[in-house]
Design a protein around this ligand. Structure first.
Ligand code: ADP
Ligand code: MG
Length: 461
């Protein structure tokens, strides 16, 4: 099918609204309907590069279909085409030696991250994220010590330094702390802190502007390169390729690289083996969830910073209720502090319980066996009735086992009770399911991810 220029314009406007300006500029704005008419049920769109094509296909094709449907009332296939004269975007060989420093854009002296190259800037550093403001405990003392060592030493101790762990556990905080400390101890070192997301956007922009050299130069001209949340790069092949080359060169030139991610290099999915193994060359350290003592210490320190007083009782109460991560702990404290300042009242356990009851309800509420069965069935696209049926085919049996396992871990129900709710199965069947899934979870990252996701969905239901 063919869309008119005017129709395409309104489809584009709609898409822009849906995905936001940045994404639109990077990915959708460059798309152009092909001149040649394509067969009836398809619309052909030109995409500038192979890399963009892959990304757009996997992320936006259904949205574009939706846009076309809204505008023309037609349900169509979309065929993306890269004009054949376009050079392949992937660097085939290791990138050339970096240009002499003299040719590089002049960096602003001793400025914080993000000023190395005005064209491809980083993200600002948070002034609160310093070593002094970081509370240590069993869960993070190793990561803290390693971070300090990097920030203070003249030579390169570990390269790369790879910090990983769940959300809100202080990875970004530690990374910024290193940056601040390096800038203080070594004012001439150039530090660039950038989120992996921004790294990716910059890379796309460089391809579009045909300025990949400038892009490379930016990163090769820094002494310390920090990329936050690199799991974002996983699965984006051309970026990985570029990242890999930049990474290798920086390491060869003895520049410090610091990365964070939600998982260890070993567990990260969607990254090439050679990149994975290279990521693990330096020091990979996990930050764990803080134990209750550390959570109390964090609360007390933050309370002082906020200028509010909280008693040990209240700190203990909060630390006991909120185990998940430091960000949420901080959020709860901020709410209490705001209230206390507003009404000029002391914070007691009772006021805390009252003010945060919506938050605690989330943590306290137990999910039901029915909810678990329903959610798991939905996730694997099987019928809820199959949870109780006697069908034994694998595509039904495995999700059923997963549901049983979740019932055991997320509720207080006994094995026999769980068995009964799965069509009157024996308690030994449930025990077997729990064992099997727990074992599989250790061995099969896909199952593990599914379980983690389901747990999260069910807990926040
Ligand atoms: P992550 O990057 O791991 O998701 P952040 O570094 O953004 O987590 O931390 C979330 C919030 O919790 C930040 O405000 C940070 O200052 C705070 N935080 C995390 N760990 C600690 C700690 N050990 N001491 C003090 N504050 C912490
Ligand atoms: Mg972070």
């Amino acid at each position: 099918m063919q869309v008119s220029t005017q129709q395409w314009q309104s489809i584009q406007n709609w898409l822009q609204n849906e995905v936001g300006q940045d994404n639109f500029d990077s990915w959708l704005q460059p798309l152009q309907p092909c001149e040649k008419t394509s067969s009836n049920g398809t619309l052909s769109l030109n995409v500038p590069t192979v890399f963009m094509k892959d990304w757009v296909v996997s992320h936006y094709s259904s949205l574009i279909q939706q846009g076309v449907l809204k505008e023309t009332g037609e349900v169509i296939q979309i065929d993306f085409k890269v004009p054949s004269d376009e050079p392949a975007p992937k660097p085939k060989k290791p990138a050339p030696k970096p240009e002499p420093v003299a040719e590089a854009p002049a960096p602003a002296k001793n400025a914080s991250a993000g000023t190395v190259d005005a064209l491809y800037d980083g993200n600002p550093l948070d002034p609160r994220f310093t070593f002094e403001n970081f509370v240590t405990g069993k869960s993070n003392e190793f990561a803290y010590a390693a971070a300090k060592r990097i920030a203070e030493s003249n030579d390169i101790a570990y390269n790369p330094f790879f910090l990983y762990g769940g959300v809100g556990l202080g990875k970004t905080h530690l990374m910024h702390a290193i940056a601040w400390q390096v800038l203080e101890n070594f004012p001439n070192r150039k530090v660039l802190y950038i989120s992996a997301e921004k790294f990716l956007h910059n890379f796309i922009r460089a391809i579009k502007d045909k300025n990949t050299d400038g892009f490379k130069r930016t990163f090769r001209n820094v002494d310390v390169l920090m990329i936050d949340d690199v799991q974002f790069i996983a699965g984006k092949d051309a970026t990985q390729e570029e990242f890999f080359h930049t990474f290798n060169e920086l390491i060869n030139e003895k520049k410090q690289i610091i990365l964070t991610a939600d998982k260890s290099p070993h567990e990260m999915q969607g990254i090439e083996d050679r990149l994975r193994s290279r990521l693990g060359w330096g020091l990979a350290t996990e930050v764990h969830s803080p134990n209750v003592e550390t959570r109390i210490a964090i609360l007390q320190k933050k309370a002082i910073q906020l200028g509010v007083e909280i008693s040990d009782d209240v700190a203990m109460f909060l630390a006991d209720k909120i185990e998940s991560n430091v960000r949420e702990l901080e959020g709860a404290l901020n709410r209490l502090a705001a209230h206390a300042t507003l009404v000029n009242m002391e914070i007691t356990i009772d006021t805390a319980a009252e003010l945060l009851k919506d938050l605690f309800r989330v943590y306290n509420r137990e999910v039901t066996l029915d909810e678990i069965q329903k959610k798991v069935a939905e996730h694997y696209s099987i019928k809820v009735s199959d949870m109780s049926s006697s069908r034994r085919s694998r595509n039904v049996a495995r999700p059923r086992q997963i549901a049983m396992c979740l019932c055991k871990t997320l509720t207080q129900k006994s094995y026999p009770e769980i068995g009964r709710s799965f069509g009157g199965r024996d308690h030994t069947t449930v025990m077997h399911a729990v064992k099997t899934i727990e074992k599989m979870r250790e061995e099969d990252p896909v199952i593990n991810e599914d379980m983690t996701l389901l747990e999260k969905l069910l807990k926040s239901a």
